[in-house]
Design a protein. Structure first.
Length: 305
């Protein structure tokens, strides 16, 4: 839909809708529900508010997309390391149906910022385990589970950990520092842990190194496209432009496993062709995919008729 079409559907002029979209004007309360219906989103999203998330399955008013189910563990015929994904109730249902279909790739979005395309023929078995179950499945899943963190704002801040000042126009200092504290340990934190007896002084270096490794895992989850090849081999690259990332994965949605996927992390200077029949899965940061989707939609809305 173009801006003109959205404006007509809501009952306002195109310049008025353009001001809403750009943030130059706010959406009147009388128009929020109608605009949400036209755009296929929720009224909270129109108002820029985060959707509530039910981690414990107690709020029946929260839709399945925002209710935590448990974990999906996928094991591969190649013998490569398994994939462990915390998922919502809705994603469990989608994967349950899709894996029994005939598409080359099964898409699943995790609650720890991954959109994953799994090659269906590479799957040996897949275990669903609700939050009430004692384990995730029959294998060792390493440190890939970073917790249930569906908040896109959290991941955007993690993505820019090295240069958080570039987010000053979008987040306040308190919000940025709260996320940094969640994913890293500085010297003051270590001093406090030693002072209160949580760690021994002689373990300081070890704890500091483990914390650094965890921070790097978070950063990679927020920035990198990763894929796995048989034989315990994995690759990762970063694509800075979110729209390019989104359009690359849109191509993947339409691909079959006998095609080559083109990745251009640095344009002319670094291009990659990926044989889709040779991978177990490929994953991208979900928040970057969603931002790219919005950028693509905004450009389409702004196109002249």
């Amino acid at each position: 839909m173009t801006q003109v079409q959205v404006a007509e559907a809501v009952g306002v002029s195109q310049p008025t809708y353009q001001r809403w979209e750009s943030g130059a004007g706010s959406v009147p309360k009388s128009k929020i529900a109608k605009l949400a219906k036209v755009l296929g989103i929720t009224p909270r999203q129109v108002e820029g508010q985060p959707e509530p998330f039910d981690l414990f399955g107690v709020d029946k008013e929260v839709p399945d997309e925002h209710q935590y189910y448990g974990e999906l563990a996928i094991h591969f015929s190649s013998g490569s390391p398994p994939l462990l994904l915390p998922v919502s109730e809705a994603e469990r249902s989608r994967f349950f149906n899709a894996v029994q279909g005939d598409e080359a790739f099964v898409q699943v979005e995790s609650l720890d910022n991954r959109i994953v395309f799994v090659r269906r023929k590479a799957i040996a078995d897949a275990y669903f385990s609700s939050d009430d179950y004692d384990d995730y499945g029959p294998e060792d899943y390493g440190a890939q589970h970073l917790g249930v963190k569906p908040d896109e704002a959290f991941w955007k801040i993690v993505e820019h950990l090295e240069y958080p000042e570039c987010l000053n126009d979008e987040f306040n200092e308190q919000e940025i520092q709260a996320v940094i504290k969640m994913v890293s340990l500085d010297d003051a934190d270590l001093d406090e842990l030693i002072a209160n007896g949580s760690i021994k002084p002689e373990d300081r270096t070890k704890v500091q190194q483990e914390a650094h490794e965890t921070t790097q895992l978070y950063a990679s989850r927020a920035r990198d496209i990763t894929w796995q090849l048989p034989g315990d081999r994995s690759r990762c690259i970063s694509i800075n432009e979110n729209r390019d990332l989104y359009e690359t994965f849109c191509m993947l949605m339409l691909s079959n496993e006998h095609e080559m996927l083109h990745l251009a992390p640095e344009g002319y200077h670094r291009e990659i062709f990926l044989n889709l029949s040779a991978i177990d899965f490929i994953a991208a940061p979900a928040h970057k995919f969603r931002e790219g989707e919005l950028q693509s939609a905004a450009e389409e809305l702004g196109d002249p008729e």
